[in-house]
Design a protein around this ligand. Sequence first.
Ligand code: C2O
Ligand code: CU
Ligand code: CU
Length: 463
Amino acid sequence: MIPIKRRQFMRYAVGALVMPVSRIVRADPAANEPGLVELGIEAGESRVDGDSWAGWLYTYNSQLPGPVLEARSGDTVRIRLLNRLGEATNLHFHGLHVPPTGAADNGFLMVPPGEVSNYEFRIPANHPAGTFWYHPHVHESTARQVSRGLAGAILIRGDLDAVPAVAGAPEYILVLQDLDLDSRGYPREPNMMERVTGREGNLVTLSGTFNPTIAIAAGGWVRLRLINASASRFYRLKVEEHAMAQIASDGGPLPSPQYLDELLLAPGERAEVMVEGTRTPGAYRVLNLPYNRGGMGMMGAFRGTEVLASLVYDGNADRRIALPERLFPFDALPQPSRRRSFVLGQGMGMGMGMMGGTNFSINGRTYNPNRVDTQARLGDVEEWEFVNPSMMDHPMHIHTNSFQVIDASGGVQTAWKDVALVRAGSRVRVRMKFSDYAGRTFYHCHILDHEDLGMMGILEIQG
Ligand code: C2O
Ligand code: CU
Ligand code: CU
């Protein structure tokens, strides 16, 4: 069993591989007392045998991806993390609105090899339902740990799950992971140029399966929960001959379904889409269309079309359930009391010439764990502008509080986000309210090599 190389897997025709789908349907939630979700997670190194590939990876509980953490708003989550890796690790709960301090979503907490850490936090009663994820957050090692396999889905159940068309649809959790394995199945270490561009691998798996089959009933819906858990790879997704009805974004439900032909998912981003089986029964490819995220084409930031999965008709739906035109109310945040600007940069490095150096910075400074870069007040609304004069896209992520993106005309985009794609040569404004939780938290580029190379800052929310 050897990993399939990119050149080979791009050639797969539809129907060439029919994969079992069991691994990407949701895991059984553990039997817990009501209101409490408990999970033991062991980070370690394991050999993972996929259906058509095998590799030595970093895993949670020997699985790729890690176990699904499923909770309802109001639940308490308790996680015992045992670190069996040869290096420090920790857990970040990406997108959850929980404290950034103590035993909660604390990115300063490190778990040395062989040690245990107990995480505990409560999902607020008014937390939006949606798709979130967990992954390590160890500055300078995050890209390596995530690209070797460490990631898992978090599902918060709530009102969105009760919408009839959604509730009645089979659910697929698609954790998009980008692995880079050599011919013996060992992870390959990128060179500095690849890190500057943002590493991309040679094996994309969807919840651990290469080119899985997604079964759909003719006349019925499927619900896809998409999580870009790749270190740097972007996904410009398209389902052949099918529209996608997006019902949720990073931070939960949209006010109404958005019908899309394609969907761009930058690292860290999530989307929930509904697909309806309205075509002639058969097999249709789920494609990753070409995307150029800047840098220099020859360095691998540009790639061609890839086949990610197959949507295969299987049976007929008993009846058609319409997706409602409206989902849930959306409240735009009020005008900000403060505006800030963050200029994304590449500092001077070791003669990288046109690539502009190997240090990444925000407002001219590379990450320093002992420095607070931005101080804000609990309860305030602020507007942040990310300015990207560089030649590469930077998907900027903010911990703890989701934000609203302001479009060029000053209007508010009706979606809660925690990653905003700031394309090369452009600027993006986001508005957020610092609710509930004081403490130090992070903002950074979610091309994880860029975060590791310094494009991260510390935000202190003062209570
Ligand atoms: Cu998913 Cu600080 O990131
Ligand atoms: Cu995060
Ligand atoms: Cu970046």
